[in-house]
Design a protein around this ligand. Structure first.
Ligand SMILES: O=C(O)[C@H](O)[C@@H](O)[C@H](O)[C@H](O)COP(=O)(O)O
Length: 295
């Protein structure tokens, strides 16, 4: 029997593995993450409160490292439950200790609606996070909400290109893709992530950094999204997934399920040079192979 303990000292939940495949995968993936064949590090948290604290610690640490190394922290957000789960960053000690002036905010995906619309990921982040910490307004790179989805994707690519030129956003070593310090992603029960949905042609986009869709199965239908090459060029990717309704998708996205493995978008996320961490609560992790929870 093996014990996975995830790295944060405050998050003392552990899971027992009854068989070796999962632990083999975790150890292997952590060991070879730079070689790009793992599914990343798993952090399975006892409850949402612990997940919030662990996620805030993780983001704060990455911010500190990036600011120390290159004087800026480029972070891309998603929509959904993520913003609420990042909420501890607005509280002590993070609200005082994080170097907010160095943050540059982007969106891994955005719904093509007005910025004050209740569906807007910008509005969600602004109300739940950005308005509560001293981020420089000029460092918040939201999409152009007054044009079509296609134009909004082009505009957003242009914005990112300018920031890559000035190195506010780094560039990947082995492609010309932007290399965000951190991309935060959620996952739907169908395995979609950002606005990359199962069997959608957007999954095959390799020429553009940002693409658009007008037929999202999750409303609203019009969205723009980072493409897989951009997602996978990030220095760090956090996949934050909670709730029992995601357990099957988590299993399909992480476990070794053989050749018939469906092309689940979340499974296609694996950083080329960076690191990936899964933040899961017990419910979302409940269908992972060989995992049994000890109370
Ligand atoms: O704007 C969006 O719709 C998202 O970016 C999307 O990819 C989201 O992250 C997942 O659907 C998970 O959302 P929940 O965490 O709310 O389930």
């Amino acid at each position: 029997m093996f014990l996975i303990t995830h790295l944060s000292p405050i998050s003392c939940f552990s899971a027992t593995l009854l068989s070796s495949p999962l632990v083999g995968k975790i150890v292997k993936s952590m060991a070879v993450s730079e070689a790009n064949n793992g599914r990343g590090e798993l952090r399975i948290l006892e409850n949402l409160d612990e997940l919030r604290t662990d996620l805030a610690d993780y983001i704060a640490e990455l911010s500190e490292e990036a600011v120390k190394e290159r004087g800026a922290f480029s972070i891309a957000l998603s929509g959904g439950s993520l913003i609420d789960l990042m909420g501890k960053l607005c509280e002590a000690p993070y609200n005082k200790t994080v170097d907010w002036a160095k943050w540059h905010i982007f969106w891994a995906d955005e719904r093509v609606v007005a910025k004050n619309h209740s569906d807007s990921n910008y509005k969600l982040a602004k109300d739940g996070f950005l308005s509560k910490v001293p981020i420089v307004p000029g460092h918040v790179h939201s999409i152009n909400d007054s044009v079509s989805a296609e134009e909004a994707a082009d505009d957003y690519m242009f914005v990112i290109r300018q920031l890559v030129k000035t190195r506010m956003v780094s560039v990947a070593d082995i492609s010309d893709c932007p290399k965000f310090d951190l991309i935060l992603l959620g996952m739907g029960p169908d395995g979609h992530t950002a606005s990359l949905f199962p069997n959608h042609s957007a999954l095959n986009e390799t020429d553009e950094w940002v693409t658009f869709i007008i037929d999202s199965p999750k409303p609203p239908s019009e969205r723009i999204t980072f493409t897989l090459p951009v997602v996978n060029s990030a220095s760090n990717i956090a996949m934050v997934v909670t709730g029992e309704n995601k357990a099957k998708a988590v299993h399909l996205a992480i476990d070794n399920i053989g050749p018939d493995c469906p092309s689940l978008p979340a499974r296609l996320v694996h950083p080329t040079e960076g690191k990936m961490v899964w933040f899961l609560d017990k419910q979302a992790a409940s269908k992972l192979d060989g995992l049994q929870f000890s109370d």
